[in-house]
Design a protein around this ligand. Structure first.
Ligand SMILES: NC(=O)c1ccc[n+]([C@@H]2O[C@H](COP(=O)([O-])OP(=O)(O)OC[C@H]3O[C@@H](n4cnc5c(N)ncnc54)[C@H](OP(=O)(O)O)[C@@H]3O)[C@@H](O)[C@H]2O)c1
Length: 490
């Protein structure tokens, strides 16, 4: 008989489980990608029967995937979903959880994933008690643990968490998730760079003038003040998503597409990022807060939590010396949009006239992560029958046009499957996450000293951030590209 595979989700009654994990597991089930005898066991404190748990998940999965898509196979999927009510902060719960898992698995060696879909305050206890109950031991099969972001809130807490983790699990058992890495366009960035020869010769300081990475949210913080007030934008997205995008753009070519070789190259980039200094943060970064943030439910009236940040980083190596990387993210911005803009240098000598009032557009490669996953390359063309008038044109690739019948995969669908297969390529390694905090910590420290006595610059909802962010680039002779992919009609 095949070994059982069990996905034990801690935090089963929560939002992540209902709206991301179960829909992703359901989709994998429908596509017949889950191993035979896969079972899901949800754990949280709310008392619930298996039936009640399944009913609730049917409703949330229908919201996410559409009723008609879920109706077809839910009755086949549902029997593999189970629930056990337990408090993970109590050591005594773990032998009972172990027993509940064993009952599902039978006596053969089994494979298990523990998914921590819990508030981060519960991570340390959960990890320690899993260890004490012997639940991390492979027992002839395997045991893996997936940990959600936020992973730590600074370098010190991250090191503590990593130490506790390694007291129980070997690094090879640990899957630190950043769902950004599960997005198709992020992986396509690797394919674009490493499966084509035309980009590599120009992918360096000789041809690239600067790089911009923007992760913009149109919505405010909604009902997440409890989390956001303690995190702020730098912890929420810079330390993870934005730095991950930076590593994929800046990394050297790994010798193989394999978890450790890939991650070795990413760590080398992070190692080469010049560490920001906390005493001159205003020289290279800007924070902001959207207007009305103080009126959001759960936000302190004098809150200094940044909802926007812009940051210049430099990478000290041969490929990138003197090429600034500008990172920017905010809530309540003009659009929900994530993209990286690779700005190429302008021609060193221009033989064509640029009419007065017009600017020369130098080549840009735009990688859009969302909403409309794709790649644009801008280049100059001659306008027909208009002398030597030039016009900026675009080459487009968009997933929805090219793969109409294949829907773009949800990140969790891909990442959960990778974890089941034991492929950690798209998960964050210990050294990667620690170095990322080392880069972001001084920025947070520098600003927390400054903002103690002054409010943050405000920006209107629906804008591209405070004027100070524009000034940051202007003083360096550049400007932000605001939603390059949004403006181009195809
Ligand atoms: N939601 C997302 O889309 C998303 C995205 C990225 C990362 N994350 C991260 O994922 C984690 C979970 O987020 P979430 O949005 O799902 O939070 P949530 O909706 O607040 O869910 C938290 C879950 O933890 C359970 N829980 C709390 N205390 C417990 C205890 N002592 N013992 C057992 N279970 C306990 C809760 O259930 P009971 O009250 O029934 O015990 C609930 O099921 C967080 O770390 C978050 O930062 C979430």
């Amino acid at each position: 008989m095949d070994s059982a595979t069990t996905i034990v989700i801690f935090g089963a009654s929560g939002d992540l489980t209902s709206h991301k994990l179960i829909p992703a597991l359901y989709e994998n089930f429908v596509k017949k990608r889950l191993p035979p005898r896969t079972q899901i066991l949800g754990i949280s404190r709310t008392p619930m029967s298996d039936e009640a748990f399944r009913k609730r998940l049917l409703s949330s999965s229908s919201e996410v995937l559409g009723k008609e898509n879920v109706a077809s196979s839910w009755s086949e999927f549902a029997p593999s979903v189970h629930y056990y009510a337990a408090d993970v902060s109590k050591e005594a719960s773990y032998p009972l959880i172990e027993q509940a898992v064993r009952e599902l698995e039978g006596s053969n060696p089994s494979r298990r994933i523990y998914y921590l879909a819990l508030a981060p305050e519960l991570y340390l206890h959960t990890i320690e008690y899993l260890g004490k109950a012997g639940m991390a031991r492979p027992d002839g099969g395997w045991r893996r643990i997936i940990i959600e972001k936020p992973f730590g809130r600074d370098l010190t807490s991250t090191r503590v968490l990593n130490q506790k983790l390694h007291a129980v699990f070997d690094e090879s058992q640990v899957y630190r998730i950043d769902h950004y890495l599960g997005k198709e366009t992020i992986q396509n960035l690797l394919v674009l760079r490493f499966a084509n020869t035309i980009f590599e010769p120009v992918w360096n300081r000789n041809f690239i003038e600067h790089v911009q990475i923007t992760v913009a949210e149109a919505g405010g913080i909604g009902s997440r003040a409890g989390y956001y007030e303690t995190a702020g934008v730098l912890r929420d997205v810079f330390q993870n998503h934005l730095l991950q995008l930076l590593t994929l753009i800046a990394m050297e070519i790994p010798s193989r597409f394999e978890a450790n070789t890939l991650r070795d190259e990413k760590v080398k980039v992070l190692d080469a990022v010049r560490l920001p200094k906390s005493d001159d943060v205003e020289q290279y970064s800007v924070l902001g807060q959207y207007q009305g943030y103080h009126s959001e439910s759960g936000v302190a009236p004098d809150s200094r939590t940044p909802t926007f940040a812009a940051l210049r980083l430099n990478i000290d190596n041969w490929r990138w010396q003197d090429v600034p990387f500008y990172l920017r993210s905010g809530k309540a911005m003009a659009a929900k949009m994530s993209e990286a803009v690779i700005q190429f240098r302008c021609p060193p000598h221009m033989i064509f006239d640029v009419p007065r009032g017009e600017t020369l557009h130098c080549n840009q490669l735009v990688v859009t992560v969302q909403p409309d996953e794709g790649i644009h390359l801008t280049f100059m063309t001659k306008v027909p029958d208009a002398g030597m008038k030039l016009h900026e044109s675009n080459l487009y690739f968009h997933y929805r046009d090219s793969y109409e019948k294949i829907p773009v995969l949800d990140s969790y669908e891909r990442l959960l499957l990778d974890a089941i297969k034991g492929d950690a390529s798209l998960f964050i390694r210990q050294d990667e996450i620690e170095r990322a905090w080392q880069i972001i910590d001084p920025v947070i420290e520098g600003w927390s000293a400054r903002t103690a006595s002054s409010l943050l610059p405000q920006y209107p909802r629906g804008s591209w951030g405070p004027a100070e962010a524009d000034a940051l680039l202007k003083q360096e002779g550049r400007s932000w590209v605001n939603g390059a992919s949004l403006h181009h009609d195809r």
